[in-house]
Design a binder for this molecule. Sequence first.
Ligand SMILES: [Zn+2]
Length: 229
Amino acid sequence: MNIKKELNKKIKLLGLRNKQKEYSYMVCTKEDITISNFLGDCPDPNYIKYRKLFPKNIEKSLKTYLSSKEHKIQLKYRPGRVISSSELNKEIKIIRDIKDKKLRTKLNKFYEKVRKKMNDRNKLTLVFMPSKKEKKRFEKVLIHELMHELMDENNLRMHDWRWNEGLMTYLEYKSKEFIKKPKKEKNKMWNAYAQYAHKWALLFKDAKTPKDRYEIIKNKAKEINTKKH
Ligand SMILES: [Zn+2]
């Protein structure tokens, strides 16, 4: 798969602005990405369940999470993220309080690498290191995360993760698949993704041009982001 070509197709489809000529990303271990998602504000319910002790007892929450079944699922599922410089600073601050030296050193090393790679940019896409078998999935995850980054750059990130992930899901699969109401499956996260991809498919149904689609996203983002939480 040609990543750049795939991205350009999606950028065109949605009429996005794209200032980047080259895409920059960092390959990390699945565990490092998952931990950073846990420490950050990732709204996935699998994390939230274990973040209840935040911010008082982060170390205990993290360790409980690391030995949970949700963590194992998460490692298989979607190890990728976009990290901003302010999130990076926040997370570096958080790990200072971890007393377990081994864990703290491991995380320090990881965040130091991220900081170096991010350099003077304000965002960086992180994606898991694939085995030979995982090459296809790696490319899909990479495009998914780079698209999140592009949506951020276009100020189109919504303050509701389901709408963001739904849009990414709509883009990842052939959009026509989502015109019909998706069947419920065992994976709760997937159901949320599919349900919101369906909502996007309906919103885009009569859109003819990239500009139409761009306006639809812009209006939806405006509607969601001005709602009181
Ligand atoms: Zn996503």
